[in-house]
Design a protein around this ligand. Structure first.
Ligand SMILES: [Zn+2]
Length: 183
């Protein structure tokens, strides 16, 4: 039973075998990214904590990193898999207020100097109101200096990727059909 910051809450526990160096590196990368994005924890990312397990307790030890994050519910991808929503209902046919919420959540990550790297419906969790959006699975996040313009106007003609100067948010806005197709 977990004590401390997650007492009484549902959590996600990720672990890698001590022999799985690649998996372990990925967990450490994700934990590092959670630390970097600490101000967004509980807002745009789940609250998280890295536990380090040493087994056996005396040297020589194998160290295992175990990131623990609060569980906020199923991802949009899982909702589609469970047939509670179609893929388009989780993307371009989602009410625009929810799509905007997803985009602004990702933009908050960019404003803290990171981009998510690999981003899809399996990285988004939202609650029933749709207004709480959490980004999960941030092992691929990397440093990013966001050059997107100040403006964001739904329904305008899509700017080119070069003009928008942020590939990830441009792709997301296009994918979510936030802009009109150019002529
Ligand atoms: Zn950006």
């Amino acid at each position: 039973m977990l004590c401390g910051p997650f007492h009484g809450e549902d959590v996600v526990v990720k672990a890698a075998s001590q022999h799985d160096l690649k998996g372990m590196t990925r967990l450490l990368d994700e934990a590092k990214n959670y630390a970097q994005l600490l101000p967004l924890q509980g807002k745009a990312l789940p609250r998280g904590k890295l536990y380090v397990a040493r087994n056996p307790p005396v040297p020589p030890q194998a160290t295992t990193a175990v990131p623990v994050t609060k569980y906020y519910g199923r991802t949009l991808a899982r909702e589609v898999e469970d047939r509670d929503r179609t893929a388009s209902e989780s993307c371009e046919r989602m009410p625009s207020i929810f799509r905007q919420r997803i985009i602004s959540t990702v933009a908050e990550v960019h404003d803290l100097g990171m981009e998510l790297g690999c981003f899809a419906l399996n990285h988004i969790v939202r609650d029933e109101t749709g207004l709480m959006v959490m980004v999960i699975g941030i092992a691929d996040a990397k440093p990013h200096s966001c050059g997107r313009p100040e403006y964001f106007e739904q329904g305008m003609v899509a700017p080119s990727a070069e003009d928008y100067e942020c590939e990830e948010l441009h792709y997301l806005c296009m994918d979510m059909h936030m802009w009109l197709h150019g002529l």
